[in-house]
Design a protein around this ligand. Structure first.
Ligand code: HEC
Length: 100
């Protein structure tokens, strides 16, 4: 019985990893400043972060956050690599969304 529980725990572990665990928050912050804020500021003024905190924000899960980052990267002409999208995910999740 103990062995079965241990096996199940080990099998479930990857699903429990924090979202964007392989992203680097500091790198994400810098990329965000360079690539992402200008367009959001044009829409929401201030520092643009209202786009993440507005009541009607669209992103509700870690996977939809990842998807939205890809969509916005498309708007940039796919300048960013997948690792860079992960950095951005780590930064935005740590700063605004806090998905577990
Ligand atoms: C060309 C303009 C543009 C650029 C550049 C851009 N975005 Fe966006 N972004 C938008 C618009 C417009 C929305 C709002 C979409 C909506 O409300 O339907 C948005 C929304 C978002 C959201 C969802 C906010 C919510 O509602 O929860 C995230 C996350 C996001 N952007 C991330 C990024 C990241 C990361 C980058 C940089 C790689 C980036 N964006 C660059 C235009 C842009």
């Amino acid at each position: 019985m103990k062995l079965a529980i241990l096996t199940l725990t080990l099998l479930a572990a990857p699903a429990l990893a924090a979202p964007f665990a392989n992203g680097n928050t500091q790198a994400g912050k810098e990329l965000h400043q360079k690539k992402c804020t200008a367009c959001h500021i044009a829409k929401y003024s201030g520092d643009g972060s209202k786009i993440y905190t507005r009541a009607e924000r669209r992103v509700k899960t870690a996977s939809s956050l990842a998807q939205q980052i890809t969509t916005c990267n498309n708007a940039l002409g796919n300048e960013l690599f997948p690792e860079e999208e992960a950095h951005l995910g780590a930064y935005l999740n740590g700063q605004f969304y806090k998905f577990k």
